[in-house]
Design a protein around this ligand. Structure first.
Ligand code: SAH
Ligand code: SF4
Ligand code: F3S
Length: 474
C-alpha cells in the first residue's frame, strides 16, 4: 500500500497503486472563483482525507484544478511513515516554490502527517510554506487560508479525540466511479515501536456507524459498486450509539454496509492480527459481497523481533490466525506488510520473515526496510544497528520470495472462473478490460460488447504471472 515514489499520473485509486502523488480535478470546474490543487502521499487514509479537504474547500468557494500553474492554493497532503516519504515532500515543495514565484499571491499549504510531526518547524525551515494543518484540523482550513491571504501564516496541528469528519461528504473528484474509500475511524492506539502514526494521527476514534452506512448508500445510489472501509486498525472499530447505548463492532459494521446492496462489494483495510475476530471471518464467509481478501500485516516472522516491535502477538499466534482464516474462508487471499532490518534483527530472525511468507502464502506484500522515525519507541529505546546494505539485501530476498509465492498462487487460479468487477480499460490496451476478483487480484480480459465499467462479469483464467491473471469472459 505504500509507495513513496511521486508521480502525477496515478489517478486510479486502487490499493496497490494508491501510494502515489495524486491530483484531484473536475472536468467542469467552475471558471470563476479560486482554485486549489492538491497532491496526496502516503496511505489510503491520506487520500481519503484529501477528499474531505476538497469538500471543505468546495464549501468555501474553491474549486479543484489539475493544473498547479493556474491554482491559487497548492496543498500537499504528506506522509511521515519513512524517511523517504518525507524527502519526497521536500522535493515537491521546491517545485511548488518555482511555480509560486511566477504567481504572486499563490499560497502553499502542508497537510497531513508531516505537518503534524513538524508543526511550526515547517514555517521556520521552509520559508515557502504559508499554512500547516494537521489531520484533525481540516475544518479550520478556510479560516487559515483567509488569514494567509492577509499575510498571516497559519498553523493548526491540534489533535482531537472526537473529530471523525462524520458529517462531511467527501468530494470524489478523481474517482473511477466504481470504487470509493470510506474512512470509518481515525488515529491509532497501538504503539508499534517503529511507527510514527500514533504521533501524527492521535488517539483512535470510531465514526458514527449510521453515517458510514449513509455514505455507502449514497455511493451505491450514485452508481458505485465497491467501497473500502478504511482505518489503521479496522478490527478495533467500536461505536456506541448514544441513544441506545448499543455498541457496534467491526463485524456488525461490515454486515450493515454489506446489506446496503448485495451487488455492492465491501472491502476493508487494515486488519491488525491481534484484533481480527472469528465474527469478522464469519461475516466474510456468509456475505458474498464482502470480499475474500484480508490485509493482515505481519511485520516480522520472528517472535523476538515482534516483541521488540510491540506487535503484541508472536509467530505461533500469527500462524494460528492465518490457519483460522483459511479454515473459515478457504478461498481467502491474505496479503501483508513486512519490515526488514529492524533493530538487532539477526540473519536467523530474517529467515523467519521468509518462512512466514511461505507459510501464509500471501497473494502479495508491501515490503520495506526499516527507517527510524524520530520520537518513536524504537528510536528512543533501540539502536538502528543493521547496516543499510544488509537491510536492503534482506529486503531483496523478501521481495524475490514474495514474487515467487505470488506467481505460484496465481498459477493455481488458471482454469478457475471468477466474478470480476470491471474497473475500466486495461493499462496496456483499450481492447481489454481490467477488474478485480473477490481476492483482490487484477484480471485482464478482452472486452465484450454490451459490458462496461462498473458491470460484473465472469472471467475464466487462462494464464497468470506474479501480478495479474489473464483470461476471457465466459
Ligand atoms: N496500521 C497498519 C499500517 C500502517 S503503516 C498496520 O498496523 O498494519 C504501513 C506500513 O508501513 C506498516 O505496516 C509497516 O510495514 C510500514 N512501516 C511503518 N513504519 C515503518 C518504519 N519506521 N520503517 C519502515 N516501514 C515502516
Ligand atoms: Fe502503526 Fe501499529 Fe498503529 Fe499500524 S497498528 S498504524 S503499524 S502503530
Ligand atoms: Fe503516512 Fe500518515 Fe498514512 S504517516 S502512512 S500518511 S497515517
Amino acid at each position: 500500500m505504500y509507495n513513496d515514489n511521486p508521480t502525477l499520473e496515478g489517478i486510479d485509486k486502487k490499493v496497490d497503486e494508491s501510494k502515489q502523488g495524486e491530483v484531484f480535478f473536475q472536468e467542469n470546474a467552475s471558471e470563476k472563483g479560486k482554485k486549489f490543487y492538491i497532491e496526496s502521499y502516503g496511505c489510503q487514509m491520506n487520500f481519503s482525507d484529501s477528499e474531505i479537504v476538497a469538500s471543505i474547500l468546495g464549501e468555501s468557494g474553491f474549486s479543484p484544478t489539475r493544473n498547479m500553474e493556474e491554482s491559487d492554493l497548492i496543498l500537499i497532503n504528506t506522509c511521515s511513515i519513512r524517511e523517504k516519504a518525507e524527502l519526497t515532500v521536500r522535493k515537491r515543495l521546491r517545485i511548488f516554490d518555482k511555480v509560486k514565484r511566477q504567481r504572486p499571491g499563490m499560497l502553499v499549504g502542508v497537510l497531513g502527517c508531516m505537518a503534524e510531526r513538524l508543526k511550526t518547524k515547517f514555517l521556520d525551515e521552509e520559508k515557502l510554506v504559508d499554512i500547516v494543518v494537521g489531520p484533525d484540523a481540516y475544518r479550520d482550513l478556510p479560516g487559515l487560508v483567509a488569514g494567509a491571504e492577509e499575510g498571516n501564516k497559519g498553523v493548526n496541528v491540534f489533535l482531537s479525540r472526537e473529530e471523525t469528519y462524520a458529517d462531511i461528504s467527501p468530494m470524489r473528484l478523481d474517482s473511477n466511479g466504481v470504487s470509493a474509500f470510506i474512512s470509518i475511524m481515525r488515529g491509532c492506539d497501538n504503539m508499534c515501536s517503529f511507527c510514527v502514526v500514533p504521533y501524527t494521527r492521535g488517539r483512535e476514534r470510531s465514526r458514527n456507524a449510521f453515517t458510514i452506512v449513509a455514505e455507502a448508500t449514497n455511493l451505491w445510489e450514485r452508481g458505485y459498486k465497491e467501497v473500502t472501509l478504511l482505518g489503521q486498525n479496522v478490527d478495533s472499530f467500536k461505536w456506541e450509539n448514544p441513544e441506545t447505548g448499543k455498541v457496534v463492532n467491526f463485524a456488525e459494521l461490515l454486515i450493515m454496509v454489506a446489506e446496503v446492496s448485495p451487488d455492492m462489494r465491501v472491502r476493508f483495510s487494515t486488519s491488525h492480527p491481534k484484533d481480527i475476530t472469528d465474527d469478522v471471518l464469519y461475516a466474510i464467509r456468509d456475505h458474498e459481497n464482502i470480499c475474500n481478501y484480508i490485509h493482515l500485516p505481519v511485520q516480522s516472522g520472528n517472535s523476538r523481533v515482534l516483541k521488540l516491535m510491540n506487535r503484541t502477538y508472536d509467530r505461533p499466534w500469527y500462524d494460528a490466525k492465518v490457519k483460522r482464516i483459511y479454515e473459515i474462508i478457504p478461498d481467502c487471499a491474505i496479503s501483508s506488510d513486512i519490515i526488514t532490518g529492524f533493530c538487532t534483527e539477526t540473519e536467523e530472525e530474517h529467515q523467519d520473515s521468509l518462512s512466514v511468507i511461505e507459510f501464509a502464502r500471501y497473494s502479495m506484500s508491501y515490503m520495506f526496510f526499516y527507517s527510524e522515525r524520530p520520537g518513536t519507541l524504537a528510536a528512543r529505546k533501540y539502536e538502528d544497528d543493521i547496516p543499510l546494505a544488509t537491510k536492503k539485501r534482506r529486503l531483496t530476498e523478501i521481495i524475490e520470495l514474495q514474487n515467487q509465492i505470488s506467481k505460484e498462487e496465481n498459477a493455481k487460479d488458471v482454469g478457475k472462473t471468477f466474478k470480476v468487477l470491471i474497473e475500466g480499460d486495461s493499462k496496456k490496451s483499450d481492447q481489454d478490460f481490467k477488474g478485480r476478483n473477490s481476492q483482490n487480484k487484477m484480471c485482464i480480459f478482452p472486452k465484450k460488447a454490451g459490458l462496461k465499467k462498473g458491470d460484473y462479469t465472469y472471467v475464466k483464467i487462462l494464464e497468470s504471472n506474479s501480478a495479474t491473471l489473464k483470461g476471457e469472459i465466459v
